[in-house]
Design a protein around this ligand. Structure first.
Ligand SMILES: Nc1nc2c(ncn2[C@@H]2O[C@H](COP(=O)(O)OP(=O)(O)OP(=O)(O)O)[C@@H](O)[C@H]2O)c(=O)[nH]1
Ligand SMILES: [Mg+2]
Length: 361
């Protein structure tokens, strides 16, 4: 999962290490040991002079903000590294390219770059024990900031909500909505919550049979109407059924649609009006990368979503959608689909994702 992106992030660390660590000839051994040399303070500042030299009036070339070669060499001798803006220029450029190639959305890539730059340079130029550690913590924080946008505790929300909790699933065709409903029903059962499936996909031939198969296999009840019926009415019936039978959660499926198909989007509005669901979850496939990010934004604009499920993460190496969706929509990714089995669903944990992306192994 997300291996391509992982490799690219570790490329950034190597880039910075390469450009930040002093060249051989800048090591203190090659300088005339300036720290202890009495002569050094008398020597005219030549742009790479001693600390004393740098304080003298003739210090035009030793910009107070710029660490001198001596400072860098001294830092190096004590096992520390000074990161300069110019050290980051090329690595940051490469990082930006890597993120964009991995389908990270442009504004998200820029945000990551800005915060990496800021935390690596700080208010003053930073001295760090190792460049690798600095890169790691800068990337960690930058990624977490964008990935964790809007996160809330899904299980806690289910636990605290009045029952039944109604959740409607939307998205384009074939991304895994119905499969995710079946998986989520199982996920909820594992945590002690009962659920009923309601098939609001009255559009596609065979949709009833498909979800019926899942319901039978899982031993769940299914509410469905004939093909061509009103999706809002089916989900409404699902809610009534849940109320009458003390079922905790109603999982309402819908037909795949494009945000541009007006009549189908109008159906979603009707579901909103008639059922007033507690949550609308947008489902898309991680492998769709940038397309998934754009669709999440479009769906959220057309009919506000509360969160997203990214399916087929098991087949995605880019990771761009997983990184971008929350930042772009302001709504969190709540689950990752990681395979075709009922257990192949994982609660999305931004911290876990960041750690696995930065994991060296
Ligand atoms: N590898 C993998 N396959 C998945 C995952 N989730 C769903 N699938 C597969 O994706 C295909 C489509 O899944 P569906 O659940 O039918 O998708 P849908 O969004 O309901 O499709 P429509 O109802 O036609 O719009 C099926 O073959 C699923 O097994 C996942 O997390 N990983
Ligand atoms: Mg379906």
């Amino acid at each position: 999962m997300f291996d391509g992106l992982k490799d690219k992030l570790s490329g950034f660390r190597e880039d910075v290490e390469e450009s930040a660590e002093p060249e051989e000839d800048a090591s203190p051994d090659d300088e005339a040991s300036p720290e202890s040399s009495a002569d050094a303070s008398d020597a005219p500042a030549d742009g790479a002079a001693t600390e004393a030299g740098a304080n003298e009036a003739d210090s035009d070339e030793t910009d107070a903000d710029e660490p001198s070669t001596f400072q860098r060499a001294k830092a190096f001798a004590t096992g520390r590294i000074i990161i300069e803006e110019e050290d980051l220029e090329e690595p940051l450029w490469n990082l930006e390219m890597a993120l964009l190639e991995s389908d990270v959305e442009m504004s998200v890539a820029e945000q990551i770059l800005d915060s990496v730059r800021e935390s690596m340079l700080g208010e003053s130029r930073k001295q760090v024990e190792t460049t690798g550690e600095l890169v790691e913590s800068a990337l960690h924080d930058a990624l977490l900031d964008v990935i964790a946008v809007g996160q809330f505790d899904f299980e806690q929300r289910i636990a605290e909500a009045d029952k039944p909790v109604t959740i409607v699933f939307t998205g384009v065709n074939g991304v895994g909505k119905t499969t995710s409903i079946a998986k989520l029903s199982e996920w909820l059962a594992d945590r002690g919550y009962s659920s009923v499936l309601a098939n609001g996909d009255t559009y596609r031939a065979g949709a009833n049979e498909q979800i019926r198969e899942h319901a039978d296999r899982l031993g769940r009840d299914l509410i469905s109407h004939d093909q061509g019926g009103d999706p809002a009415a089916v989900i409404y019936d699902g809610v009534e059924y849940a109320e009458a039978n003390d079922v905790d959660v109603v999982l309402g499926d819908t037909a795949g649609r494009l945000h541009t198909s007006d009549d189908l989007m109008a159906q979603l509005e009707k579901i909103d009006r008639v059922v007033d669901p507690d949550m609308t979850l947008f489902v898309d496939e991680a492998v769709a990368g940038q397309d998934a990010v754009n669709r999440a934004k479009e769906f959220n604009d057309a009919a506000a979503i509360d969160g997203a499920i990214l399916t087929k993460a098991d087949a995605d190496s880019s990771g761009g959608a997983a990184i971008s969706v929350a930042y772009v929509t302001g709504k969190p990714i709540l689950f990752l689909g990681t395979g075709q089995g009922y257990d192949d669903i994982t609660l999305f944990d931004p911290e876990d994702l960041v750690e696995s992306l930065l994991d060296e192994e």
